[in-house]
Design a protein around this ligand. Structure first.
Ligand code: ZN
Length: 475
C-alpha cells in the first residue's frame, strides 16, 4: 500500500451505549423574555470581562514586581485560572462590580467565568504543546456588539413541559418552542435521557435552546454490515457515493444561496461602519446586514439538514464508510464561496459519520489526504499524473474505463477500506485530548510508524511521483 489510512473509527459491541447528545430547538420569545435572556447574557459577559481583567492585572502586577527584585514568596498572590477559583474571586467582588447581581441567575455569571476558565486552559495547553491543532490565543474581552449572546444553565428547574411545546428554565420561566420537542420528550419520558445543561443563544437573528443530554442508546448493527461505501462531497451535488448514487442538494438550497449572494451585494452598496474614520453604520446597512445574516443561517440550515439525513442513512445502511481526510491547506487557499461551503460541509459530514457510525455499530475509515482518489482508475489501479478539475469524466488510457469523475473517486475510497484491517486502540479527538464521552469505545488507529505527526500530515508529497505508484488492494 502506498497510501495509508489515517483513522479507523470502529465500535466495541455492547448492549447499550451511553452518549452525550445535543438537542436544539428554536424558541419563540416574547419581547419581555428576550430582554431577560439578553440581561443574563450581558451578566455572563460582565463576569467574563471582570475576571479576565483581574487575571491580566495580577499577571502584570507580578511581572512588574519581579523586575523590582521582589522575592517570589512576597509577590502578589496569583489568581487561580480554574472555574472554582474564578468563581470565588467573583463572589467576593460582585457586590462592588455588579450591585445588580441578584437580578440574574448565578448561572449567568457562571457561564462567563466557565468560558474564561476554558479559554485560559486552552491557551496554556496550546502553549505547552498539550493541545494539538492551531495555536490558541489569549482570551479577549467580549464585546456587546461582536459576541453572540448566550447563557447556559446547569442546575435548577430545567425541563420540557408535557405539551412538548414549552420548556422551563431557571429565572427565565416557561419559554415557548417554535417546534415540538417530541424527540427529546419521548426519551425523557422513557427514562433513557437525562438533561445535563440547557444553553439559550441567538444565532442568525433567532433564539435557540440547546439541551446537552446524557442519552442511553440501544446498540444497533448496520443493515448491511459487510457493505462498504465511499463518500465524496461535491459542489454541485451534496455527495457522490461509490455505488454511483448522486445525492442531490437539499431542495431550495440553490435558491437560498442565490438570495444570500444578492443580499451580500446589497450590504456592500450601503453605508457600513468604518473603523478608521469612525463612521457609524446607516440604519439601512444594519437592516440589510440582518437580512443577510438570516439568509446565511437558512443556507446553513438547509445544508445541515441534508447532511444529517444523508449521514443517518449511510450509517444505518453500511458497515464501513470511507471518506478522505480534510485538505486544510487547500481549504484556506480557495476563496470561492461554493468551494468553501462544500469544505465546511465536509468537516461536518466527517464529524457526523464518526459519531453516527459509532451509534450504529459501523466504522468510519478516513483515507490519507494525499491518496489520489481522483487520479486513480478504479478499474485497473493506474494513476494519472494530471487530471484537470474541469474534466468531469474519468477516462482511463490503460484499460479504457469511462466513469464520472466523482464516482470514480468514491469507488477508490471504498476499495481502500478493503485493505484496512482495523486494529489498535487509542481514543483521541482532533485536538489530541482524550474523549470524555464514552462513544462506544471508538477505536482510532494511529498513523503507521514513520509517518508525520499530527498537524503535519502528508506522508507522500503532494506533487510528483504520482504515476509510478501502484495500489494493491487486499481482497
Ligand atoms: Zn484503468
Amino acid at each position: 500500500m502506498s497510501y495509508r489510512v489515517v483513522t479507523v473509527l470502529g465500535v466495541a459491541h455492547r448492549e447499550r451505549l451511553g452518549v452525550v447528545q445535543a438537542y436544539r430547538f428554536a424558541l419563540d420569545l416574547t419581547p419581555r423574555q428576550e430582554r431577560a435572556v439578553l440581561a443574563h447574557a450581558g451578566a455572563a459577559r460582565v463576569a467574563h470581562n471582570w475576571a479576565l481583567a483581574r487575571v491580566k492585572a495580577v499577571m502584570d502586577q507580578r511581572a512588574a514586581e519581579r523586575t523590582y527584585g521582589i522575592d517570589e514568596v512576597d509577590l502578589t498572590p496569583t489568581q487561580g485560572w480554574s472555574l472554582p477559583a474564578l468563581r470565588r474571586a467573583w463572589n467576593q467582588a460582585k457586590s462592588d462590580v455588579a450591585p445588580w447581581w441578584a437580578e440574574c441567575s448565578k448561572e449567568a455569571f457562571n457561564t462567563g467565568l466557565d468560558a474564561l476558565a476554558r479559554g485560559l486552559k486552552n491557551w496554556s495547553d496550546s502553549r505547552t504543546g498539550k493541545r494539538a491543532g492551531r495555536r490558541v490565543g489569549f482570551p479577549r474581552f467580549k464585546s456587546r456588539r461582536r459576541s453572540t449572546p448566550s447563557v447556559r444553565f446547569t442546575t435548577g428547574a430545567i425541563r420540557v413541559e408535557p405539551d412538548r411545546r414549552h420548556v422551563v428554565l431557571p429565572r427565565l420561566g416557561r419559554l415557548k418552542l417554535h417546534e415540538s420537542a417530541r424527540k427529546l420528550a419521548r426519551r425523557l419520558e422513557a427514562g433513557t435521557a437525562r438533561i445535563v445543561s440547557a444553553t439559550v443563544r441567538r444565532d442568525g437573528g433567532r433564539w435557540y435552546v440547546a439541551f446537552c443530554v446524557d442519552v442511553d442508546r440501544a446498540a444497533r448493527t448496520p443493515h448491511q454490515p459487510q457493505l462498504v461505501v465511499g463518500v465524496d462531497l461535491g459542489v454541485k451535488h451534496l455527495a457522490v457515493l461509490s455505488t454511483g448514487e448522486l445525492e442531490p442538494n437539499p431542495r431550495y438550497l440553490d435558491a437560498a444561496a442565490r438570495r444570500m449572494r444578492r443580499l451580500a451585494r446589497r450590504v456592500c452598496r450601503r453605508v457600513g461602519p468604518d473603523r478608521r474614520t469612525g463612521r457609524r453604520a446607516s440604519k439601512r446597512w444594519e437592516r440589510a446586514r440582518a437580512r443577510l445574516g438570516r439568509a446565511h443561517a437558512r443556507v446553513a440550515h438547509l445544508r445541515r439538514d441534508g447532511l444529517h439525513k444523508l449521514t443517518t442513512r449511510l450509517a444505518r445502511e453500511y458497515g464501513t464508510i470511507v471518506v478522505e481526510d480534510l485538505n486544510v491547506a487547500g481549504m484556506l487557499a480557495n476563496r470561492r464561496l461554493a468551494r468553501r461551503i462544500a469544505d465546511a460541509g465536509f468537516a461536518e459530514l466527517r464529524r457526523h459519520l464518526a459519531y453516527k457510525a459509532g451509534w450504529n455499530g459501523g466504522r468510519l475509515v478516513v483515507a490519507d489526504r494525499w491518496y489520489p482518489s481522483s487520479k486513480t482508475c478504479s478499474g485497473c489501479g493506474a494513476v494519472k499524473t494530471k487530471l484537470a478539475l474541469s474534466e468531469r469524466t474519468y477516462t482511463c488510457t490503460t484499460c479504457g474505463l469511462v466513469l464520472d469523475r466523482d464516482v470514480n473517486a468514491a469507488r477508490n475510497l471504498a476499495a481502500l477500506a478493503a485493505a484496512v484491517a482495523g486494529s489498535g486502540s487509542e481514543t483521541r479527538n482532533g485536538r489530541g485530548a482524550d474523549r470524555k464521552t464514552p462513544l462506544a469505545g471508538l477505536v482510532a488507529v494511529k498513523r503507521q510508524p514513520g509517518t508525520a505527526k499530527a498537524g503535519n500530515t502528508g506522508t507522500v508529497p503532494p506533487q510528483g511521483r504520482t504515476s509510478d505508484h501502484e495500489l494493491t488492494y487486499a481482497s
